[in-house]
Design a protein around this ligand. Structure first.
Ligand code: AMP
Length: 174
């Protein structure tokens, strides 16, 4: 999977000084690269036998949509607060400075659902942990987390220790 790295563009100091941004739009632009990532994510997700995918706004939607179609699974968007039109459940999570809120529709998950969470990148794990709590609030079980990139120099394991986490490539220093 290391070969996937050639499709990821690293943008220093975005969105602010000191952050190395892993830009996945260059992967989307390359049909072979995108297919390679989807094949590996699909393979992992199949081992978990989920019946739903929860995709995290916004880049997680791109992977989630393609994977839901390949796997014939229900797709649930997890969005920033205020974007979803119907009744929602909300979880707050910490940012570097302050907090943010994410939501899913309250009727999107029901008791007994087996859910895999999908996103492009795991940094601190805060967003995915909050998405996991949303699924659990509604009676679902998080059977796995699928991401393209894991930033292993950040302590995401603290927040995601309860979950089975899979990523395709990792970066172990900034
Ligand atoms: P976190 O909650 O800290 O795991 O942050 C994960 C979310 O923030 C993901 O949806 C990523 O798309 C985005 N993100 C955080 N850090 C980066 C980074 N260095 N490069 C690209 N995206 C990032």
């Amino acid at each position: 999977m290391e070969q996937l790295k050639k499709f990821i563009r690293e943008v220093p100091d975005f969105p602010k000084a000191g952050i190395n941004f892993y830009d996945i739009t260059t992967l989307f632009q390359d049909p072979d690269g995108f297919d390679m990532a989807l094949n590996a994510m699909e393979k992992y997700i199949r081992t978990k036998s989920p019946n739903k995918l929860v995709a995290i706004e916004a880049r997680g939607f791109v992977f989630g949509a393609a994977l839901a179609d390949r796997l014939q699974l229900g797709l649930i968007p997890c969005r920033k607060a205020g974007k979803l039109p119907y009744r929602t459940v909300t979880e707050e999570y910490d940012l570097e400075y302050g907090t943010d809120k994410i939501q899913i529709h309250a009727d999107a998950i029901t008791s007994g659902d087996r859910v895999v969470l999908v996103d492009d990148l795991i940094a601190t794990g805060g967003t995915l942990a909050a998405a996991g709590r949303l699924v659990e609030k509604l009676g679902g079980e998080v059977v796995g987390i699928s991401s393209v990139i894991g930033l292993t120099f950040l302590p995401y394991e603290d927040k995601l220790s309860r979950y089975d986490v899979n990523y395709l490539i990792s970066y172990d220093s900034e």
